[in-house]
Design a protein around this ligand. Sequence first.
Ligand code: CP
Length: 309
Amino acid sequence: MTRLSSNHLLGLKELTPDDIELIFETADNFKAILNRPIKKVPSLRDITIANVFFENSTRTKISFELAEKRLSADIVNFSSASSSVSKGETLIDTVNNILSMKVDMVVMRHPAPGASLFLSKNVNAQIINAGDGTHEHPTQALLDAYSIREEHSTLKGKKVVIVGDILHSRVALSNIYCLQKLGAEVAVCGPSTLIPKFIGALGVKVMHNLQEAIEWCDVANMLRIQMERQQTKYFPSLREYTMQYGLTMKHLNALNKEITIMHPGPINRGVEISSEVADSGQSIILNQVENGVAIRMAVLYLLAAQRES
Ligand code: CP
């Protein structure tokens, strides 16, 4: 297979296992290029990409920009904080104005679930979802699964637990779809108030005890508490959350095996993960960030190839 099954990247729900394998194989090639002295290739030299961010981002925004520059695309960056959105302009008007300047692809982060799908149906450009509210964050899940594959050779049969604020996490939902499509077993762990009621329908194991969860898994993906999306209190205090669900060396030292520790970032050190764990040899947090550039290059390259056929 040499083509993706979709012209946009909106979520992992829509991707097939073959799509994911194609992205990984393409990322393998780009990762080799990124380790060369000259990291740039001319693949997207005729393509203009707008990075449209209605929410803050460090990793995703920089990673997409680097991926685009390494592929020789022309890029424009838009951030809602410094734009005319504050004067009442709609999403479609904003993006159509950008597109009228001859933009081919839009990488968008937006606080509303479904914003990328909405855009893909209403503007004439390829859309890449860089995180839509609590819904999906597809390139994060792809880079997470790619990093597990790099560490463990395969996803098939691997046990992955996602710990923390599952209710508000787009990373959790995209990871669940992606990992299951690649044959991994997935569990979520956290207080019941932070686990969505629909989770059982996704075929995911639900756990509430952190020590039991890490005894079960090969990989633990620790998530931060998304305070900015919480309108109500889901647990008594951050201190109590940390006592129940903050991962420390004490948890890891009690195991008779070595598990892989992941985190999509940003990390809240001392809350969901201790500094010792985040900086330990078991942590692949910075490998995830590094792999993000190769994965995003692969996604951009494959989507651009769809345009020509
Ligand atoms: N992982 C992630 O999406 O981080 P940013 O919010 O910094 O992009």
